[in-house]
Design a binder for this molecule. Structure first.
Ligand code: NI
Length: 394
């Protein structure tokens, strides 16, 4: 099922891959501002003679036509960086832009997918089908996948595959579990309106601080008392804006939070419960409530055959010891918009290595990757495309 030529080709392009990743790392760009990154990818694709089209406002879709007719496999990498100050002192390819950083490793995703493009382009005459390479912008704001889908990225696609380099997973381990691996990630805003007044005369007021506090303390009961204990969910209130002065009773409170879960039926139950809690807590204190719920990413759910295909490639290409079952994460990933529509799988590429100081959490100013993981990541992209197009069971 695996193609042994692929490892040799990846090794051949390895130095170029590292140089390309470091170039992107020096020049991070925020979501939907990845103009330089998009141009750099386009330049490389031009050199290879791979056809592509640009998407609006940034991003690239490239297509490699195989020598024989067949299905189409989509390989996806995200390309955006974050508004974070890099504080790595030890690397000479540090971000050159103050306050912006590739703190999630998307620079490595881009470099690995470009390397897979080179490899698959070299063996395209043997490919029984087509490979679509998707360099997606704006993953960090969960808008890039949606924008590309609107622009037709999924047309004619039979299966999708993506990966994330992952500092929590050790180096030399790769995970691609069956079922949910990332959670839905939604945004919640609750506004309470009371009646302001003098801090010495509470009887003439409706205190929004009381209402907001009661809501924060009570809303956690949704997870403990209403969500099925065999399911996972998170309700977090991360921000609260209420009050103006020590001796003024607040009229308004604004609370913002996020809801995470892996099951869409539980998600709807949680939304209904939050509205009920907001209304009833407000009523208890004579205030009113308004809930604004914004659906974010869906859970990423790995289709069984696709995940098992990735697992068998990991075992065959890299050895039994590479296969790792990482726990699902309550983080969000907009790859979910692809798997919502098309069967596929998403892998986590272990990169945590304390001897190289790459164990820092994603989105931390010290985040970095063990570049040795990239060799396996690039190979996994290419082997997955090869194996998927070569097998009949799909
Ligand atoms: Ni990320």
């Amino acid at each position: 099922m695996i193609n042994s030529k692929i490892a040799t080709l990846v090794a051949h392009y390895n130095q170029e891959m590292i140089a390309f990743r470091r170039d992107l790392h020096r020049h991070p760009e925020l979501p939907f501002e990845e103009v330089r990154t998009t141009n750099r990818i386009a330049q490389e694709l031009d050199k290879l003679g791979i056809t592509y089209r640009r998407t609006e406002p940034t991003g690239i879709i490239a297509d490699i036509q195989g020598g024989k007719a067949g299905k189409t496999i989509l390989l996806r990498a995200d390309i955006d960086a974050l508004p974070i100050q890099e504080i790595n002192q030890t690397i000479d390819y540090k971000s050159t832009i103050d306050g912006k950083m590739h703190a999630c490793g998307h620079d490595s995703h881009t470099a690995m997918l470009l390397t897979a493009a080179k490899v698959l382009n070299d063996i395209k005459h043997q490919l029984p089908g087509n490979v679509r390479l998707v360099f997606q912008p704006a993953e960090e704001i969960a808008q890039g996948a949606k924008a590309m889908i609107k622009q037709g990225v999924l047309a004619g696609v039979d299966n999708v595959f993506g990966m994330h380099i992952w500092s929590q997973t050790p180096i030399n381990k790769i995970s691609c579990i069956v079922g949910p691996c990332f959670a839905s990630a939604d945004l919640l805003t609750v506004r309470f309106k009371g009646k302001g007044g003098h801090g010495s005369m509470p009887h003439d007021t409706v205190d929004a601080v009381m209402v907001a506090s009661a809501f924060v303390m009570n809303v956690q009961a949704i997870v403990s008392r209403e969500v099925d204990p065999l399911e996972s969910a998170v309700v977090t209130i991360g921000r609260m804006e209420v009050g103006t002065r020590f001796n003024v009773i607040a009229e308004n409170a604004i609370l913002e939070g996020t809801v995470r879960c892996f099951n869409l039926a539980e998600r709807e139950k949680i939304i209904a419960a939050i509205k009920r809690y907001a209304d009833h807590v407000a009523a208890m204190y004579r205030a009113t409530a308004e809930v604004d719920y914004v659906y974010g990413t869906l859970p990423v759910i790995n289709e069984q055959r696709s995940a098992l295909l990735a697992q068998s490639i990991i075992t065959q290409a890299f050895g039994e010891s590479y296969l790792y079952n990482e726990r699902p994460t309550t983080g969000g990933e907009d790859f979910s918009y692809y798997t919502e529509n098309i069967p596929g799988a998403f892998a986590l590429l272990g990169s945590g290595n304390p001897t190289k100081d790459t164990q820092w959490a994603h989105h931390h100013g010290c985040f970095n990757i063990d570049e040795e993981a990239m060799t396996k990541g690039a190979e996994l992209y290419a082997q997955y495309a090869w194996a998927y197009l070569n097998q009949d069971q799909f």
